[in-house]
Design a protein around this ligand. Structure first.
Ligand SMILES: Cc1cc2nc3c(=O)[nH]c(=O)nc-3n(C[C@H](O)[C@H](O)[C@H](O)COP(=O)(O)O)c2cc1C
Length: 338
């Protein structure tokens, strides 16, 4: 840790995570597998496995594989709409995973008790103050507040506004981690000073040397600027799709075609709304795999946040974390000297 002031501001978040520094690497489907997750945790941060659409067997192997690479704490991110959610929770319990992050909506009935009953700590996303309060009442252990600058699925409000609205109201009740649009340590220092226990970054870690993303995927990140990371557009008001922020490419147009296809199936009564939305999510998972694993940066989904403009080179995770800490420390000293 670079400075006593930063260590003090990060103490609560680091204690909650069991890490040296209160920096979480947000789970990224296909990207956040054992190598990146272990590298983040070994560097003092908190890695999170993205379970995505994995089967319980695959998650079991991924957790075991990660444990083989690190003895430091890491978490598992589960998507609430996964049809085998409770089996996945069981796999986390079997491996005594200390922290489970539930993404994709409020925890389904029984999931909170199942996770906490197994002794794990539960983190949830709160996209608005009212939902944050509801989640606190239901007994979650920590919250992630993620703004629309983030890569992947996004809400409608910016990180800076959510942080101002939510932190003063709840930061004294439980640890809150701020995510979305963080590319440098000065911003980390700012959110910590506002009461955040820590931060979560995704985009900034994609070009880590240890990350298995295809070289073409990383190259596109290094070239891109903030304005290239755009939110997908909903083309049919009858089919509500959660916007996804990604680098603009031919794949962005393919998503428009996919929405028309699914909207037509809805019109013809061939699918129900829930099935239509699941088809959209499957589309994203496949498209992201095509880009991250196969390197098809034209037709695949290049999920990226606006902080992509601050990703300048491929570098080891330890260097990324060291740079973030140095920037945060310098910002804090500059403020205290003023
Ligand atoms: C390529 C990519 C894939 C992502 N996949 C997931 C996911 O599977 N589950 C999830 O909860 N968040 C996912 N996210 C969001 C990240 O976990 C993280 O919250 C976000 O990247 C933070 O914002 P930032 O990109 O501005 O740092 C993804 C983000 C990216 C860039």
């Amino acid at each position: 840790m670079s400075s006593a002031a930063l260590a003090r501001l990060m103490a609560r978040g680091a204690a909650f995570l069991g890490t040296d520094v209160a920096i979480m690497a947000g789970a990224m489907s296909w990207v956040s597998e054992r190598h990146l997750v272990a590298a983040i945790s070994n560097a003092g941060g908190f890695g999170v496995i993205a379970c995505g659409a994995m089967t319980p067997e695959l998650l079991d192997a991924e957790i075991a594989g990660t444990r083989a690479l690190t003895d430091k704490p890491f978490g598992v991110n589960l998507i609430t709409m996964h049809p085998q959610l409770f089996d996945l929770i069981g796999v986390c319990a079997k491996h005594r995973v200390g922290h489970v992050v539930l993404a994709g909506g409020l925890p389904p009935a029984g999931s909170l008790d199942a996770i906490k009953g197994n002794g794990a700590r539960l983190l949830c996303f709160a996209p608005a103050l009212s939902l944050a309060k509801k989640l606190i009442r239901s007994g979650v252990d920590a919250l992630v507040i993620e703004g629309m600058e983030a890569g992947g699925h996004i809400g409608p409000v910016s990180t800076s506004v959510l942080a101002q609205e939510i932190l003063p109201e709840i930061a004294d009740q439980l640890p809150v981690f701020i995510a979305g649009g963080i590319g440098r340590g000065e911003a980390i220092a700012g959110y910590l000073e506002m009461g955040a226990a820590g931060v979560q970054l995704g985009t900034r870690f994609v070009c880590a040397t240890e990350c298995i993303a295809h070289p073409a995927f990383k190259k596109a990140f290094i070239r891109a600027s903030a304005r290239d990371a755009v939110a997908s557009v909903q083309i049919d008001p009858r089919l509500p799709v959660i916007p996804v922020r990604a680098l603009r490419n031919a794949g962005s147009d393919l998503f428009t075609v996919k929405q028309r296809e699914v909207a037509q199936l809805l019109d013809e009564g061939k699918v129900e709304m829930a099935e239509a939305q699941l088809q959209i999510e499957h589309y994203w998972a496949g498209a992201l795999r095509r880009a991250v694993i196969d390197g098809d940066v034209e037709n695949g989904s290049m999920m990226a946040g606006q902080s992509v403009g601050m990703v300048k080179a491929e570098e080891p995770v330890a260097d990324i974390i060291a740079a973030l800490l140095a920037e945060a420390s310098a910002a804090l000293s500059a403020r205290s000297a003023a």
